[in-house]
Design a protein around this ligand. Structure first.
Ligand code: HEC
Length: 111
C-alpha cells in the first residue's frame, strides 16, 4: 500500500518560506497612527484653580467633557463637584473642591 503525502512538496516549501519571512519581521515594525489632539481639549486652560482641576478631574474624563457643558451657576457647579465625589468616588479633598468650584464658576459661570 502507498502512503500519499499530505501536501505536495511545493506547497510545503512555500509554507516554510512564508513562515520564515514573517518571523523575520519583528512586531516592533508595526506603526501607530499619529493622532494630533489639540492641547486645549486635554487639560483645563490655566488660571486660578486650574492646578487643582487638572490634578483632580482628568482621571475619568477629558477636560472638554466638562468644558462642553453649558455654563452653570456656582451653586450648580458645587452640585456637580459634589456628585463626582459622592456618586463616582472622585478622591477630591475639600480644599481642592472649593478651588475647583471657583475655577468653574469663573470660566464656565452664569450669574
Ligand atoms: C472617579 C471618576 C471621576 C472623577 C475623578 C471626576 N468625574 Fe466627572 N464624571 C464621572 C462620570 C462617571 C461622569 C458621567 C460620565 C458620562 O456621563 O459620560 C462624569 C461626568 C461629569 C460631568 C458631566 C455632567 C454630569 O453631571 O454628568 C461634569 C461636568 C464633570 N463630570 C465634572 C467633573 C469635575 C469638575 C471633576 C473634578 C472635581 C470630575 N468630574 C472628576 C466621573 C468622574
Amino acid at each position: 500500500m502507498m502512503l500519499r503525502p499530505l501536501l505536495p512538496a511545493p506547497v510545503l516549501v512555500s509554507a516554510i518560506l512564508l513562515s520564515g519571512a514573517s518571523l523575520g519581521s519583528p512586531i516592533t515594525t508595526l506603526k501607530s497612527p499619529r493622532v494630533e489632539i489639540p492641547a486645549s481639549d486635554l487639560v483645563f486652560p490655566s488660571g486660578p484653580g486650574s492646578e487643582q482641576i487638572n490634578g483632580n478631574c482628568l482621571t475619568c474624563h477629558s477636560a472638554d467633557h466638562v468644558l462642553n457643558q453649558p455654563s452653570l451657576s456656582k451653586e450648580a457647579w458645587e452640585e456637580v463637584v459634589a456628585k463626582m465625589i459622592r456618586a463616582y468616588k472622585a478622591p477630591v479633598n475639600a480644599d481642592d473642591a472649593e478651588k475647583i468650584v471657583e475655577y468653574l464658576a469663573t470660566t464656565k459661570g452664569r450669574p
